[in-house]
Design a protein around this ligand. Structure first.
Ligand code: ZN
Ligand code: ZN
Length: 406
């Protein structure tokens, strides 16, 4: 059964103009856009009465296996139990308008296939498998007094430890073997890790270059978790294409991001949420204190990057019970950007990062029929996008998957 949207206000994300038109979907793709389109047999007609319609949203930094903010507890949970959480988390994302997400560590080919086969409802999933971390790095969950680490592949962990050029090559090849769409490395300290400092750099240049070489050999790319300018800049010099967080970047980072055609994926909402609710969702007191170090700097970094012409992409990075704040990132970014610019970061620019340009993030014939129908104009009030209750319908692959009415 195909779908015909009547009387839609279709947003051209590139120009910011609305086109008053009908939109017809066939076999998961946009087939036709025009006025007073005829109604073929076996078509569901949905009259949206002049409601704004955006391309399905893309969140380029999520963790669909983050059942709790206490990430260190996940590897000892049953993977079946974690998968049940993932199904619920992904379902929520779809209802918030996200029809495609890029997982930034934790998801695997099992969840990707389950979504693609319709076994669970959720956004289309791009995954990196386990993030690569050095010993004592952001992906090393051991406390100082713990020596043993269980890296069994059946544990639902977010990362794996590999030290040295040969070992990181093997780890990179192993994640690519399991179908990773991109690779992820931990290139600096972080908030939710027990023994590292935010201002540490992680991995040698030789190790980073080896991961990039392996990714590029497979026509894939590398994303790096990095906070400080020092960590961001060396990651970019090693050929990393996607900088995650980047809260403490500098002018040199901005120059390198532009020069290397790289992307910045800020994740401001996660600090906003961790500050308010982290402890009640399992974040330890010492990690909660680290949040302050990166929260305020994040908005300033985004503003600096945008001014310097960097391509920025929407990311949320929420954990556990905080996933419900996923759309708040729109509101936070609008403190330093125009609504249309933030919408691009979650549509066209995100599609470029995912190498799915023209396929998703755009309303035009032949693109995937992923749509979000809103109850008001987000260009004049971002609240129509930042508050999920203002979403009327979500369409994925030409099927109405969320129906709240208008
Ligand atoms: Zn990170
Ligand atoms: Zn993350």
């Amino acid at each position: 059964m195909s779908l015909l949207l009547r009387n839609a206000l279709l947003l051209d994300v590139n120009t910011g103009d609305y086109l008053e038109a009908d939109l017809r979907c066939v076999e998961g793709r946009i087939a036709e856009i025009g006025t007073a389109l005829p109604v073929p047999d076996d078509v569901r007609v949905l009259d949206v009465a002049g409601a704004p319609v955006l391309p399905g949203l893309i969140d380029a930094h999520v963790h669909v296996t983050a059942a709790t903010a206490d990430l260190d507890s996940i590897p000892s949970a049953s993977p079946n139990y974690v998968a049940a959480h993932s199904a619920r988390i992904m379902s929520g994302m779809l209802d918030r308008g996200f029809t495609t997400v890029r997982d930034a560590a934790g998801a695997d080919f099992g969840l990707c296939d389950a979504q693609a086969e319709g076994l669970l409802r959720g956004p289309r999933l791009l995954f990196c498998g386990r993030a690569l971390s050095q010993t004592g790095g952001h992906g090393d969950a051991r406390s100082r007094g713990t020596r043993v680490r269980d890296d069994h592949p059946c544990c639902a962990g977010l990362s794996r430890i590999a030290d040295g050029v040969d070992a990181v090559r093997t780890a990179a090849r192993d994640e690519l073997r399991k179908g990773a769409h991109h690779l992820k490395v931990m290139a600096s300290g972080g908030v939710a890790s027990p023994t590292d400092r935010i201002d540490s750099t992680q991995y040698s240049m030789d190790e980073l270059r080896a991961v990039v070489e392996e990714a590029e050999a497979a026509n894939r790319y590398v994303a790096a978790h990095a906070y400080t300018a020092r960590a961001v800049n060396r990651a970019l010099q090693a050929g990393i294409r996607s900088i995650e967080h980047g809260n403490l970047l500098d002018d040199e980072s901005v120059r390198l991001l532009v020069e290397h055609d790289a992307f910045l994926v800020p994740t401001l909402v996660t600090y906003w949420a961790l500050k308010q609710e982290g402890p009640q969702h399992g974040l330890s007191a010492s990690n909660h204190r680290k949040v302050d170090e990166v929260l305020d700097a994040g908005l300033a970094a985004l503003e600096r990057a945008v001014r310097g012409g960097v391509r920025t992409v929407y990311g949320s990075d929420l954990l556990g019970g905080m996933h419900r704040h996923q759309n708040e990132e729109f509101r936070i970014r609008c403190e330093v950007q125009k609504p249309l610019e933030v919408i691009r970061s979650a549509t066209t620019t995100a599609a470029e990062l995912l190498r799915l340009e023209g396929e998703i993030g755009v309303l035009r014939p032949e693109a995937r029929a992923d749509l979000v129908v809103l109850r008001g104009d987000p260009l004049t009030d971002i609240g129509f996008l930042a508050t999920p209750e203002n979403i009327g319908y979500v369409v994925q692959d030409g099927i109405v998957v969320t129906d709240n009415g208008l």
